[in-house]
Design a protein around this ligand. Sequence first.
Ligand code: ARG
Length: 393
Amino acid sequence: MKKIILAYSGGLDTSCIVRWLTDRGWDVVCFVADLGQGLGKGENFARIKQRAIAAGASRVYIKDLKDEFVKDFVMSALKANAVYEGKYLLATALGRPLIAKYLVDIAHKEKATAIAHGCTGKGNDQVRIEVTANILDPKLEIIAPVRTWELKSREQEIDYAIKKKIPIDVSKKKPYSLDKNLWGVSIESGILEDPQNEPPEDCYQWTVSPQKAPNKATYAEITFEKGVPKKLDGKAYTGVKLIDKLNALGAKNAIGRVDCIENRLVGIKSREIYEAPAATILYTAHKELEALVLDKDLAHYKESRSGLYGELIYNGLWYSDMRIAIDKFIQQTQKRVTGIIKLKLYKGNCAVASRKSPYSLYKKRLATYSEGDKFDQKLAEGFIKIYGMPFKK
Ligand code: ARG
């Protein structure tokens, strides 16, 4: 029997896909990636596994990829300050290549000839998964049932699940489409599809509104070593634990909400809401530390790469030589990004309160307007004469 590995979430789409594929003669092996979508609380993976088997899967792999996700993906994005269209911190986009990498690995282990996913034909995620698989193993067949099958609406999928006795726990109405991992949550569809509508409070999954946030500011002190956050308020944590803590702290203080109209890879504009409390806090702190330790040319050039790096991630090109080459440059820029940044979190605002680094290039004796000034102001006259010469008529 021909074997296929399906990226399985436990939701309605992928549960119907299990059955749809088995009905077409496939031996379906499900793969569930734990990228921290349960956010501290944890996800009920035992239940997801049961559901996959009940839908017809022959085997289910559940893999905790949180550490790998943070170490190899999230931290690279953070060091680069990678961002898409100035707003999106790329949680969903960063998760896809890792999921695809494991689909390919498991296909090899199981001697499967194909992989499958539940992405729609209108989104970016299909591209990210398939391009990654193309790079890692061009021989694998890829099946994306949602693009071609006969089930044209959520209601039809529910009827299919009931008819085929696939266990599901959904109502016919679901207000939003969500994608979550420890780096953020993406929220779309429903009432959000009209860009004139302000996002209703109930669309937010993690954060409270600024109005409901505490009236007193919370301080968070983050220690970085070579661009990687290592401590919160002086206490060392693993990357995953640190992000968990900052998500909780940020969510409580309404940090990390954004509302975007974004340009998808497939040529349409879409409206998406994001929540990324920990990511927002860490980006703010990381950028503040870089401002202190990077020299001007390097800082400016590096900043000009953040959007490009973000685009490569967004466009599904994580495993491209281009992304890897830029990453080498980024790594080189981080060797002195060590120090402590203290932030003040208050009603959706995340502002720097204090900065310190052994590699600080800020010299008070040069900057001061008070006593002890070591800047020789007489030299400025000659400097400006030569600097301004070409512009003098
Ligand atoms: N627009 C985001 C991206 O392309 C998120 C996609 C998934 N969003 C969702 N709500 N299911 O990365």
